[in-house]
Design a protein around this ligand. Structure first.
Ligand SMILES: Cc1cc2nc3c(=O)[nH]c(=O)nc-3n(C[C@H](O)[C@H](O)[C@H](O)COP(=O)(O)OP(=O)(O)OC[C@H]3O[C@@H](n4cnc5c(N)ncnc54)[C@H](O)[C@@H]3O)c2cc1C
Length: 461
């Protein structure tokens, strides 16, 4: 990890009008993200960047003085990717939050990285389009953070993840050079696909200062929503596998387990039945929505649902989606949380669910699971009492349960992380998934783009 003896005054002189924070009390708000289990370091300074030029100058300075740089969006990340390291410059992109262009004719948006994700979708709606990627955090997270983590979301089961909605990027490299990748065309194969390389690179290869995003036609009628409760989590998982195998393409297919539902009910009183073991919320939109919804209804019944209902009412749909979006904050109220993010081929969902339940039981850890089930992406959250470990760290039995879950996902042909990223939390397992040759390739790419290793050190790999 680079160390620095660079006086921050040099940066202030370089950028006299920049908003540079050095007061430790104020900087405290920029030290961590939503991965509360990662211990943050003490930054040297925080730059609230307002332009690509400021970012470029800051990186030139940091590269010269070997100052680590931690790019930051809204800090909603769940893997510790935006956690400060000692002596770093936190580069907050939150003030670069303008939507520069919405083109109805080209179906695209040109945005700065600090724009809030839901704002892009709202702006697209004004011209009859939508920006599909909608992480549960879409009202607070930024496009830059979404790009850097290749975020998923609820609608991704039909419309793809963030990578599928990017046409081009403006990126500032570690040495301060500004490069553009891709462009405004839907197709384009000139050179290597560097856009895809930067998407999902967790701030370790460059700082994204602009993006051209692909928009899609917005369905003109409200989606049809289907909700079902199941006698077991496994039965709900089987229903999802059946839906995928039948070739149905819902626009949303989310799963919540009983622990999560009870946490939401006791916090917000949403009218959820205390006996529900697992719930699926599905939607179908666009052409053929009603047929798809009817087929989903039948598939849930056939998989043993004890209750299924369908609705085209927008308020009811919003209520159900609100329940899903409350899952994480509600679970957080049960204790300290290690939020996980495994993904498996969708035919293996029932087995993965069984392995998660087994890991919780064997290691005596409370597990609350929600899933972007239609994508095979599960979020088992391990809940524990901080008093359970002498040093306040994650108790060994929690890591043991997480370790079992990671290994199970890999055994089933899956991945350690479907959307949250490796960040600071999952580095020790990455070699198991990627293997040493691919890790070496990562090192070579990192060395080529960031030879001094200043960009988000200690994150990713
Ligand atoms: C309640 C809740 C629900 C969530 N639901 C989802 C979900 O459904 N799907 C999902 O994918 N995630 C979800 N997340 C996780 C999180 O919201 C996403 O990872 C999101 O993409 C992070 O965006 P951010 O702006 O907060 O980025 P940050 O947390 O600030 O940063 C995330 C990573 O991106 C890097 N980064 C940020 N901006 C830039 C930039 N401009 N250039 C280069 N690197 C940058 C950071 O260094 C860090 O590595 C959820 C989080 C919460 C708290």
């Amino acid at each position: 990890m680079p160390t620095s003896d660079a006086p921050v005054d040099g940066l202030q002189e370089l950028l006299p009008d920049a908003h540079l924070i050095t007061d430790p009390g104020v900087m405290d708000a920029y030290r961590r993200d939503e991965a509360h289990l990662v211990t943050p370091g003490d930054p040297l300074a925080v730059l609230l960047a307002r332009s690509t030029e400021e970012v470029s100058a800051a990186l030139r300075w940091a590269n010269k003085h070997a100052v680590p740089v931690v790019p930051r969006g809204a800090g909603t990340g769940l893997a510790g990717g935006a956690t400060a390291v000692d002596g770093c410059l936190v580069l907050s992109m939150a003030r670069m939050s303008r939507i520069l262009d919405i083109s109805g004719s080209d179906q695209l948006a040109v945005v700065q990285p600090g724009v809030i994700t839901a704002d892009v979708d709202r702006a697209a709606a004004e011209v009859g389009l939508m920006y599909p990627p909608d992480p549960s955090s879409f009202e607070t997270c930024t496009i830059g953070g979404n790009l850097a983590t290749n975020a998923g979301g609820l609608r991704c089961v039909k419309y793809g993840v963030t990578r599928d909605s990017v046409l081009g990027l403006e990126v500032v490299l570690a040495d301060g050079r500004v490069v553009n990748t891709g462009g405004r065309t839907v197709k384009g194969v000139a050179g290597y696909d560097l856009t895809s390389l930067f998407v999902g690179s967790e701030g370790t290869l460059g700082v994204i200062t602009g993006a051209t995003l692909r928009l899609r036609p917005r369905p003109s009628v409200p989606p049809v929503t289907v909700v079902a409760s199941f006698p077991s989590l496994r039965a709900a998982g089987q229903a999802v596998s059946d839906v995928v195998a039948a070739g149905l393409v819902p626009s949303l297919l989310e799963l919540l387990d009983r622990t999560t539902l009870r946490a939401i009910e006791s916090w917000k009183g949403m009218g959820l039945d205390d006996d529900t073991q697992a719930m699926l919320v599905a939607q179908a939109d666009g052409v053929g929505a009603q047929d798809c919804a009817t087929a989903l209804f039948r598939a849930f019944e056939a998989a043993g649902a004890d209750f299924v209902a369908e609705s085209s009412d927008a308020a009811e749909a919003a209520h159900l989606l609100q329940i899903r979006r409350l899952a994480y904050p509600a679970t957080e109220r049960l204790g300290r949380c290690l939020v996980e993010d495994v993904g498996v081929p969708r035919s293996r969902l029932p087995e993965m669910i069984e392995r998660i339940e087994r890991a919780g039981a064997e290691h005596d850890v409370l597990v609350a699971t929600v899933a972007h089930a239609g994508d095979g992406n599960l979020h088992p959250t391990f809940v524990f009492d901080p008093a359970d470990s002498a040093d306040g760290e994650v108790p060994d039995r929690v890591w043991a349960a997480a370790d079992d879950v990671f290994r199970a996902a890999l055994e089933l042909g899956g991945t350690l992380t479907g959307e949250h990223g490796v960040g600071a939390l999952k580095r020790r397992w990455l070699g198991l998934e990627l293997g040493s040759d691919v890790i070496d390739l990562h090192r070579d790419i990192k060395r080529a783009l960031d030879p001094r290793g200043i960009l988000n050190p200690g994150k990713g790999f």
